[in-house]
Design a binder for this molecule. Structure first.
Ligand code: BV8
Length: 240
């Protein structure tokens, strides 16, 4: 496919797009987070069993955001969203806010956000940069004990699935950046896009669980490769 002829684009990002900003990925976290495997702590059961541990796990990651910044991959994606003549839908598995800090204004956080609190007592969700736990009063209803991280845990329904599926059906270019393709339904998006005729490109430092499904696999660091890919898409086709 001639990338400079791409119309509607869907970009899916995973932890690898934030790795060069200094945020651990899930594969590399290796106990960086209180010696716990995210797969066993990012669950409703873990929160019910030991809420203090889960609050600490997310408070540490939320506060770590104050020490990192967007990298060239985030900025290149934001440039594509600004300058591409077609639709660019950015859906991320990441719960950090580095896409926004890299200049993206439209970001679909299918797995939620570290900098959002969800009050189960009043149903409100609101932005916060602070640590919180069961003793913290909700900023909306002032109730205590009802706040949870606004994160989609394993076994929970990801956000915006209807919108995501509509965008996959309408895109002619699907790009996955820095994701191991281990977590569903996100790992299945490439198959969905292909089924609707999209051309598919993977950008990853290594191979992933779904590399064989992509038309093209660009191996390397997102901070270096994404900028080049965006240039290829934005170059104006020769006027014919
Ligand atoms: C769902 C928030 C139904 C948490 C996350 C049994 C019971 C219940 C469910 C299941 C089950 N078995 C399977 C499932 C489904 C389950 C699942 O997929 N499990 C896996 C473990 C098999 N999924 C769910 O439960 C989902 N919900 O299924 O509900 C449903 C289904 C369909 C439709 C509607 C409803 C919910 C999953 C969401 C869980 N929450 N995040 C938190 O962040 O704390 S998942 C979390 O892990 C991330 O968000 C991400 O999705 C995943 C990690 O993946 P990656 O982002 O890819 O990160 P990873 O470290 O793995 O890979 C990094 C990649 O980057 C690597 O390839 C590396 O090579 C590369 N890289 C590194 N550096 C760079 C780089 N590339 C380029 N440049 C670099 N510099």
């Amino acid at each position: 496919m001639r990338l400079d002829h791409a119309g509607n684009i869907v970009i899916l990002t995973g932890a690898g797009v934030s790795a060069e900003s200094g945020l651990s990925t899930f594969r590399d976290s290796g106990g960086l987070w209180e010696n716990h495997d995210p797969m066993t702590i990012a669950t409703p059961e873990a929160f019910a069993r030991d809420p203090g541990l889960v609050y600490r796990f997310y408070n540490a990651r939320r506060l770590q955001l104050n020490e990192v910044d967007a990298n060239p991959a985030h900025r290149a994606i934001a440039r594509l969203q600004r300058e591409h003549r077609g639709d660019v839908f950015l859906v991320t598995q990441n719960v950090d806010d580095l896409h926004e800090r890299g200049g993206s204004s439209q970001v679909c956080h299918m797995h939620g956000e570290l900098r959002s609190a969800w009050c189960l007592a009043c149903g409100s969700r609101y932005a916060t940069r602070e640590a919180f736990d069961a003793a913290t009063a909700c900023e909306r209803c002032a109730g205590r004990g009802g706040l949870r991280p606004d994160i989609v845990w394993f076994g929970e329904m990801p956000y915006e699935m209807d919108l995501i599926e509509r965008k996959l059906a309408a895109c002619d270019l699907f790009i996955a950046i820095g994701t191991s393709g281990t977590v569903y339904p996100a790992a299945g998006f490439v198959r969905g896009a292909r089924a609707f005729g999209a051309y598919t490109i993977e950008v990853n430092r290594d191979s992933s669980e779904t590399s064989s499904v992509f038309h093209q696999h660009r191996v390397g660091l997102a901070g270096e490769l994404v900028g080049e890919l965006v240039e290829e898409i934005l170059v104006q086709p020769p006027s014919t």
